[in-house]
Structure formats: structure tokens, C-alpha cells
Design a protein around this ligand. Structure first.
Ligand SMILES: [Cu+2]
Length: 313
């Protein structure tokens, strides 16, 4: 028990030191604030990403560029939060991205319990939704949004739901999974520091599904969470419904861009039969695929990007 206040003091001290250092650096060299993270633009996501130090994945910060994710008390069965802006006031104006002004993603720290929901905005800037936190545990909630006049942001916060919890081990890497009677097969592998195609193929009862329904403007949405720190990656499909070349299944291709070696849990949302289904996969980058140790390496922080031998095949 005694270590808790000490640790808290240490963290506060550390924050003060970093804060001071950052302030000095800003005054002396006027370094620009890091740009270009979480842009999700495939054309951007290529060579210059060789130096990962310039890019922090989304979802690791509760406050960034003046915007803060602030959970607020809510009645039982609800989850509510606000985003406060650089002026300290709740943000009430958001741009629509992928059909919605706010995407709320939650997962437990052990990467189980993934949900992707769309809260409603009240006039005072409070977002509310029937709680996606489906049981006890240490959860991470990600708010993925674009404040009007600002850049896209993903902020993350820990939320504890009290109760007995059995932590689940990360499922082993696999290239096929089933959900709601669908079989989804994954081809391709994420490659740290570069963009790589990932293709998901959906079938049901042994037959390819060729009438996927658009969901949030696409035939699939893919979120990846990095094991260990839950870095959040929202990946975008290669092609959109109605562009003249993108078919409604059975294959949905994403341009995947992961920041480091490590284990990731992929969550593919797709819509068929009037319902959204979520297929989950574990992938481990920087090691041989399926059959290998599911725990995989710890995130490297990207320091060894570009080292020969880290690719696949
Ligand atoms: Cu969403």
C-alpha cells in the first residue's frame, strides 16, 4: 500500500521534468509539433515512415494538441464523456468521418471485449452511449474524431469496471476465424514501418459472400491494437463502395501500416444480413506467422525498423 503514494509522487515529478524540458525545447528551437500521425492516408504511409520516432500511434494519450478525453459520470448502463478543447470548454462541433462524428472503441487491456460504437452528442458537448463495457476489467476507451477546424485525433483513457476478472491469454495467431457463422480468412501480414496489404475473405457455409453491405461507407473497418500498450491503429480499406472497382466481397483489402514489431489484435467489422459482425485475428510481426509463440515479442518501439531480417517471407 505504501508504494502507491510514492509512485504517484515519482510520476508527478517525472511529468514536471518532461514538461520543463519540452517547454525549453519549444522556446529554443521552435520545433514544430509532430505532424502526420494518424493521418490514415495510404499515400502518406510509405517511405518516410522509416523513422518511426516522428510518429506516435493514436490512442496512447488522454490529451493531445489541446484536446482531452474526459469521462463523466453516467447512469448505470451508460457510458458518457466529453472532449474538452484548447479553450478548456467541451467541444460541440465535429466533422463527420466514416459517416459518424464520433467513433468510440473499447477493449479490455487483455484485448478481449472489443466494441465499436457511436455515441450521441448532447448540446452541452456530452457524448452518451449504452455502455459498451460488457463486464469487469481494466478497459481502454478510444475516442476517434475530428474536431471541426482541427486534425483527426484518437485519444485514449483507462476505465475500470469493478468485479472479478479472469485475464484471458491472447489467442494464438491464425489466418482463419469464424464469427456469427461466417468464416473469415486473412492473407498478407503487416510489416513494421511500411504499408502492406491485408486481405480478408468472407465466406458462409463454404460459399464466398459477394453481397457485403456498406458499413460506415466501406465494406469493412479494421482496427488494430498493439499488445502491451494498446496503441490504436485504424486502417482504411483499399477502395470504397461505388468507386467502380471495389466489389462487395468476398475480399476486403486494407493497407496496413503498423509502427513496430510486436503482437497485434485485429478487429474487422463488416456488415452482412443487416448486422455488423466482428472477426478477430492475432498477428505477430517480425516473427514467423501461425504456429509460433502467440505471446510474441514485446513492442520494440520501432528502434530496429529497417533492420534486415525483420520482413516476412
Ligand atoms: Cu465508428
Amino acid at each position: 500500500m505504501r508504494t502507491v503514494p510514492r509512485l504517484a509522487g515519482f510520476v508527478v515529478g517525472l511529468a514536471a521534468v518532461f514538461g520543463a524540458t519540452y517547454g525549453v525545447g519549444r522556446v529554443v528551437d521552435r520545433s514544430p509539433v509532430v505532424e502526420g500521425r494518424h493521418d490514415g492516408d495510404a499515400a502518406h504511409a510509405t517511405e518516410e515512415r522509416g523513422e518511426p520516432a516522428d510518429r506516435i500511434p493514436g490512442g496512447l494519450l488522454v490529451s493531445d494538441r489541446g484536446y482531452t478525453l474526459d469521462p463523466v459520470d453516467a447512469p448505470g448502463g451508460q457510458f458518457a464523456f466529453r472532449i474538452t478543447g484548447p479553450d478548456g470548454q467541451p467541444v460541440t462541433r465535429y466533422d463527420v468521418a466514416h459517416d459518424k462524428r464520433m467513433h468510440l472503441i473499447v477493449a479490455r487491456r487483455d484485448l478481449s471485449g472489443f466494441r465499436h460504437v457511436h455515441p450521441d452528442l448532447a448540446a452541452d458537448g456530452t457524448w452518451r452511449v449504452g455502455t459498451p463495457l460488457t463486464g469487469p476489467g481494466q478497459w481502454r476507451a478510444f475516442a476517434d474524431f475530428t474536431p471541426t477546424g482541427g486534425e483527426p485525433l484518437t485519444l485514449g483513457v483507462d476505465v475500470t469496471v469493478p468485479g472479478a476478472l479472469t485475464e484471458r491469454p491472447l489467442p494464438a495467431p491464425a489466418t482463419s476465424t469464424t464469427v456469427d457463422g461466417y468464416t473469415v480468412t486473412l492473407t498478407g501480414a503487416p510489416q513494421p514501418g511500411r504499408t502492406a496489404p491485408l486481405t480478408f475473405t468472407v465466406s458462409r457455409d463454404g460459399r464466398p459472400v459477394t453481397d457485403l453491405e456498406p458499413y460506415l461507407g466501406a465494406y469493412g473497418h479494421l482496427v488494430a491494437l498493439r499488445r502491451g500498450d494498446l496503441a490504436y491503429l485504424h486502417m482504411h480499406p483499399d477502395g470504397t463502395p461505388g468507386d467502380g472497382r471495389t466489389q462487395p466481397g468476398p475480399a476486403v483489402t486494407f493497407l496496413a501500416d503498423v509502427p513496430s514489431t510486436g503482437s497485434y489484435r485485429l478487429y474487422l467489422d463488416f456488415r452482412h444480413g443487416g448486422a455488423v459482425h466482428t472477426a478477430e485475428f492475432t498477428v505477430v510481426t517480425g516473427t514467423p506467422p501461425p504456429g509460433s509463440d502467440p505471446s510474441g515479442p514485446a513492442p520494440s518501439g520501432g528502434a530496429d525498423h529497417g533492420t534486415p531480417g525483420h520482413g516476412h517471407n
